[in-house]
Design a protein around this ligand. Structure first.
Ligand SMILES: Cc1ncc(C[n+]2csc(CCOP(=O)(O)OP(=O)(O)O)c2C)c(N)n1
Length: 638
């Protein structure tokens, strides 16, 4: 059969097709997604589960004049394929290729660059209100998954939209899954609505009967609606959406494209805020992905025939060591509990959840709640370990300040993916945690150079009671460098707050490195040695408090100091070193702060981004040291 997808460059081309051709388009899109993701890796289950929904939305709505706003966004692969990015789809998530998420620089059909969840209702409702202010009349649709709906921001969106009279549609893409199975009371309510069609059946019957009554006067119609309202609340008291002021429709089969289009056309011009509950299957159309929805949520390249994931043997990751160590901590201390915001797998807590189901909390995509909840646990004497990626902890900033730091509560924050997160790209990099945490009084922030040091830091954190303690660690394992791993020696150099260490002593310059940048700095020193430059390397271990005695010593012994961190320079580790030196009136030193400049980074493998975009390789660090030394001719001729 000739390919229909090949002819679709824009949604207008899609709308030119007959409705009975759409299942074939859906089939071709599914094949294209599976074909690409099996080679590139990416978000499979959510994307193939939303194909019919994407088609129906673009068919029933006049995009791009009508606005579609996605939530999280990897569900929109099909949307990418029909909005002019078919030819580039094979570059998905590759360095220089298209993003795995909607991206405003890629297409006018992507209104926002997104990747964090729970945002679509609020941003789309802003678009809808702007439309009203401007006297326009296009449609605005927010699409949100059941895993994202329980997040505070999404609920705030419902609260505000439901309170209005604005024509606005929320499409709830309910597949009963977040990354892991969805959790919480809202999830239970949605399941009850789905499994209890009584309400829907009776409501439909009432509407049909009322419509069939001849010559209804306005008063009788209103009475009929009132009866309907009463019956509704009597039959399904938990219809939370209606109680919040949103007309609820559904649930409809999210894989019946004709049914979806009909429903959109029926409801889109009804005044006021509405929510359409669409039932989809994560992994739809691919038997193994439907069966193991958790496994095929986000995948490495895989064999499309068997579903077997192609995983290259990789060295142990920080996530894996975290998973093992937190079990160890819990075995030793019954007060230890672990909290994740819908990411048991990504944070390495799956084994913990099996071993200690009663001491494990998956609170859903609710980072703010996770932190405030941890505050309560801590206040009452538990030892909460909050495992949230650096990028997602941004959402809980006020809770970190207000509920934890001000209270001096010894909550342990474990921030995975600190630094460049890789293929997920611009919304997922952990660029800012050093800058957003170090200004906060009472908190301390550590960054391990390798796995053993990380484990020791976790043990240290478990016994630390003076206040909150955060540990930032990168995606993957230790960066591959020529520098050999230095065994961690607990007796020689135990972990202590604000204590760093010399790893190599030289005379020409000192590199003061934080966390993931320690080994690249050691290799930089080795490269410089080949050019007869003698360079010290200091492992900071702490971004806060700084090891001021170590800095004082380095200042005495060197005239050039270079700091290196995998984070933004503004307000970061190096800038704290500068502040310290300024406070001591030290100005005889030549300095260079190396880290991220004032920019966002796109997607690509972490190592590639560090090399091509961030300039954080051993060679680049060595070049910086040489250039600072070159500005210091009295010290050395380079
Ligand atoms: C604020 C935030 N926290 C965590 C994540 C990580 N995350 C990505 S997708 C996802 C679950 C999404 O579930 P749902 O919205 O139902 O989408 P589905 O994959 O089922 O289509 C989570 C927790 C995120 N993107 N944003």
């Amino acid at each position: 059969m000739a390919g229909l997808l090949d002819k679709i460059d824009t949604p207008q081309d899609l709308r030119a097709l007959r409705q009975d051709q759409l299942p074939q388009v859906a089939q071709e899109i599914r094949e294209a997604i599976i074909d690409t993701v099996s080679q590139t890796g990416g978000h499979l289950g959510g994307a193939i589960g939303a194909v019919e929904l994407v088609l129906a939305l673009h068919y029933a709505f006049n995009t791009p004049e009508d606005h579609l706003v996605w939530d999280v966004g990897y569900q929109a692969y099909a949307h990418k394929l029909i909005t002019g990015r078919r030819d580039r789809f094979k570059t998905l998530r590759q360095y220089g290729g298209i993003s795995g998420f909607p991206h405003r620089d890629e297409s006018p059909y992507d209104l926002f660059t997104i990747g964090h969840g729970c945002t679509s209702i609020a941003t789309a409702f802003g678009l809808a209100r702007a439309r009203d202010h401007q006297g326009k009349n296009h449609h605005v649709v927010a699409i949100i998954g059941d895993g994202s709906l329980p997040g505070g921001l999404a609920l705030e969106g419902l609260n505000n939209a439901g309170h209005s009279k604005t024509n606005f549609l929320i499409v709830l893409n309910d597949n009963d899954m977040a990354i892991a199975p969805a959790t919480g009371a809202l999830n239970r309510t949605l399941n009850r609505i789905i499994s209890d069609p009584l309400y829907n059946r009776i409501r439909r019957k009432i509407t049909e009967r009322v419509q069939r009554l001849p010559h209804l006067g306005f008063g009788i119609l209103r009475l009929a609606h009132q009866i309907e309202e009463h019956l509704k609340s009597f039959l399904v008291p938990g219809i939370v959406f209606e109680e919040l002021g949103l007309r609820y429709f559904g649930p409809v089969d999210g894989h019946n494209v004709g049914e979806l289009i009909k429903t959109f056309n029926n409801i889109k011009d009804l005044p006021g805020p509405k929510i359409l509950h669409v039932r989809t299957v994560k992994g739809k159309g691919l038997a193994y992905a439907e069966k193991e929805q958790w496994k095929y949520h986000g995948v490495t390249p895989f064999d499309p025939g068997t579903g077997e994931l192609k995983k290259k043997p990789a060295p142990e990751t920080f996530t894996q060591r975290f998973g093992k160590t937190v079990i160890d901590l819990a075995e030793k201390n019954p007060a230890v509990v672990a909290i994740t915001a819908a990411m048991p797998d990504g944070t390495g807590l799956v084994e913990f959840s099996k071993k200690f189901p009663d001491r494990f909390y998956d609170v859903g995509m609710c980072e703010q709640y996770a932190v405030a909840f941890a505050a309560g646990l801590s206040k009452a004497g538990m030892k909460p370990v909050v495992a949230i990626y650096s990028t997602f902890l941004q959402r809980a900033y006020d809770q970190v300040i207000h509920d934890v730091c001000i209270q001096r509560l010894p909550v342990i924050f474990c921030m995975d993916r600190a630094g460049l997160a890789g293929d997920d790209g611009i919304t997922h990099h952990g660029e800012f945690d050093i800058s957003y945490l170090t200004p906060l009084p009472n908190i301390v922030l550590a960054a391990p150079k390798d796995l053993d040091e990380f484990e020791a830091m976790l043990h240290f954190a478990a016994n630390y009671t003076a206040g909150p303690i955060a540990i930032r660690y990168p995606r993957g394992g230790v960066l591959r460098t020529e520098a050999p791993i230095i065994p961690f020696d607990d007796r020689k150099n135990p972990i202590a707050v604000g204590k760093g260490e010399y790893l190599a002593r030289g005379t020409d310059a000192a590199i003061f490195a934080l966390g993931s940048m320690v080994y690249p700095s050691l290799e930089a020193a080795a490269l410089l040695k080949q050019e007869d430059l003698s360079v010290s390397v200091l492992n900071a271990r702490w971004a806060k408090p700084l090891d001021t005695a170590l800095i004082d010593d380095a200042v005495q012994a060197h005239r050039v100091l270079v700091t290196v961190e995998e984070g933004t320079k503004r307000g970061g580790f190096g800038s704290a070193v500068l502040e310290y030196l300024e406070s001591k009136g030290i100005n005889r030193l030549r300095l260079r702060v190396i880290g991220f400049s004032d920019r966002f980074f796109e997607h690509g493998k972490r190592e590639l981004l560090l090399e091509k975009q961030a300039g954080l390789t051993p060679e680049a660090i060595a070049a910086h040291v040489k250039s600072v030394l070159a500005q210091t001719p009295e010290l050395h001729s380079v």
